[in-house]
Design a protein around this ligand. Sequence first.
Ligand code: RB5
Length: 149
Amino acid sequence: MRIAIGADHAGYNYKNEIVSFLQEKSYEIMDFGADTPEATDYPDFAVLVAKAVSMGKCDFGVLICGTGIGMSIAANKVKGIRAAVVSTEFTAESSKTHNHANVICFGSRVNTIEEVLNFLEIYIKTEKSPDKRHINRVEKIGKYEEENE
Ligand code: RB5
C-alpha cells in the first residue's frame, strides 16, 4: 500500500511521526512536504497529496494542519477526492465505511499524536461498506462532479 502525506507548519511534527509510524509497518510513503517547520500555506500541500491520490499514484492520502479543516477544504477541490476531517475513533471508521474517504485530514491542535496514530490505524483496517445506500450517496457526489466540471 502506498500512502501520500503532506502537512503545513502546524502539522509538520505530526507528519514526521506519522511517516516513521507507517514506515515501521512497511507502508510505502510519498512525502510531499513541508520539509521544514517554517510557516507555509496548507493548500499547497493539500493539492499535491490530493492529485497523487486522484491520479492513482497512491492508495490514499493523509494531510495534517492545525485543525484538519483547511486541508480538507483544499483537497476536496481536486476531482475524485473525498477528504474527511477525522478527530474521533467514530469519524475515523465512518469516513471509510460511509464516505469512502480517500484522504483523511488531522488537526495537530485538536488531537494528540497518539490519538491521530490510533485513528489512522482504524481508518486503514476499516473496509468501505458494501451497503448500497452508502455507495449510492458516494456515487451522487461523483455524478455532481462529472456534471459540473
Ligand atoms: C495555520 O495557522 C492554520 O491556519 C492551519 O494549519 C490550519 O489549521 C488551517 O485550517
